[in-house]
Write a protein that binds this ligand. Structure first.
Ligand SMILES: [Mn+2]
Length: 430
């Protein structure tokens, strides 16, 4: 039995106040879905199995290049972060794993493993960092890492990635995510082809260090920190990388890493079709890589992404098993609350996508009935699936209303007393 951070009594009391209402809402939704030929319990069972990983860096307050305004009870180290992740997992029952970032979360791997297993948590993909300089680092990444003009710097970056794999092996992780900040700020600063060739050569060495049952995820990003060109700038380049490296290499799609108005769901479909979709960093954005909470700006886009994922799941695409992770920055909210709601938003998009009448949709597509085809998607999206999500949480020991239970438990005030504010700390977003 895993240790509980929020007392079971608090959750029970919180749920007791909401249970009768939930049961009525669930029955009512179940009746309406039945008329559409959908068994609500089947959808709920799928939602209960759905999981999304919490990034360790997400439980701290983020920031911008202008300022960072830490909140009370900020996690002081990775062990505090694991406890915060355990709270999110306990209340939502949707986030059984933590995605670590090296060197920010560097600690004795056996201690890390022990700390996580206390709360029944596992480890998701490892994240390397060659976009900033660690303390005591020999060579700087100011002008790049895996694509750097200097062979020694590239070697150092490769070694760092291999170390991440080593740590991850002890922790039971099965994937390495590589995002680099390499690029240029001025036309002419970098030879595009040479930089990409150097990157590919370096990544071949990282790939060679992968255990047989691991996956390598590469993450593209259009701009920032480099503002003129980025070495891994879009999904096309990312696909080339995955294709060049081999069968264990896949593309990771961070929803915020695209130009405004890009059709991300179509990118997702293409990557699925060519067996190179590795997984996601979920977040939302309005202007650029804003790292806002998943589903907070454009929940319909999140639904459309899941529409592609469910389509692939239901049509049994071979080897289809994308990793789900959140990757967002919390500047004005309690990170635990934001992450809980974001995990629920991702689950919601999944549940809504499961409601799409795919047979009818196919008929409308084949018959060129554009209006009814799009209404078929809308009918699923408009369905309020909250009772399904809440019932899934209730069934699995979570909270019917995670934010309410969290506030009732007084967790933030408790850790604020235990964790004195520290200067600095690791914000940062990848
Ligand atoms: Mn990301």
């Amino acid at each position: 039995m895993s240790e509980l951070i929020i007392s079971a009594d608090v959750i029970e009391k919180s749920n007791a106040a909401r249970k009768a209402g939930l049961e009525r809402d669930y029955a009512s939704l179940g009746e309406r879905l039945e008329r559409r030929g959908i068994a609500i319990d089947v959808i709920r069972a799928k939602v209960e199995k759905f999981a999304v990983a919490i990034p360790s860096w997400g439980v701290g307050t983020g920031g911008t290049r202008f300022a960072r305004f830490p909140g009370a009870g900020e996690p002081r180290d990775i062990f505090d972060k694991i406890e915060d992740c355990a709270v999110i997992s306990q209340l939502t029952r949707a986030t059984p794993t933590v995605s670590l970032h090296i060197p920010w979360d560097k600690a004795d791997p056996n201690r890390l493993k022990q700390a996580a297993s206390r709360f029944g948590l596992g480890f998701d993909a490892m994240n390397s960092n060659t976009f900033s300089d660690a303390r005591d680092q020999k060579l700087s990444y100011k002008f790049g890492s895996l694509s750097h003009a200097d062979a020694g710097t590239r070697r150092q970056a490769v070694e760092h990635n291999l170390e991440c794999i080593e740590i991850g092996r002890t922790l039971g992780s099965k994937a390495l995510t590589v995002w680099i900040g390499d690029g240029s700020n001025f036309p002419g600063q970098v030879n595009f082809a040479k930089a990409f060739e150097r990157y590919l050569d370096a990544m071949r060495e990282v790939y060679a260090g992968l255990p047989a049952d691991w996956k390598l995820f590469t993450e593209h990003k259009m701009y920032e920190p480099a503002f003129y060109s980025t070495v891994v700038q879009d999904w096309g380049t990312n696909y080339m990388i995955a294709k060049e490296l081999g069968d264990k290499a896949f593309c990771l799609v961070d929803l915020g890493h695209h130009a405004p108005n890009v059709n991300i769901e179509m990118i997702v479909s293409r990557l699925i079709q060519f067996k190179k979709l590795g997984g996601f960093h979920f977040n939302d954005s309005k202007y650029g890589d804003d790292d806002l909470d998943a589903g907070s700006i454009d929940p319909y886009r999140l639904f459309l992404v899941f529409n592609e994922l469910v389509d692939a799941e239901l049509s049994g695409v071979e080897g289809f098993d994308p990793a789900h992770m959140l990757d967002q920055s919390h500047n004005v909210t309690d990170p635990i609350e934001s992450l809980m709601l974001s995990a629920v938003e991702v689950q919601r998009a999944y549940a809504q996508a499961l409601l799409v009448d795919r047979k009818a949709l196919e008929g409308f597509q084949d018959g060129n009935d554009a209006l009814m085809a799009t209404q078929t998607l809308k009918a699923a999206y408009r369905t309020d699936v909250e009772p399904i999500l809440a019932m899934a949480r209730l069934n699995t020991g979570g909270a019917v209303d995670p934010v309410a239970a969290y506030r009732e438990a007084g967790y933030r005030a408790k850790v604020a007393a235990e964790r004195p504010a520290v200067a600095g700390g690791s914000g940062g977003i990848v």
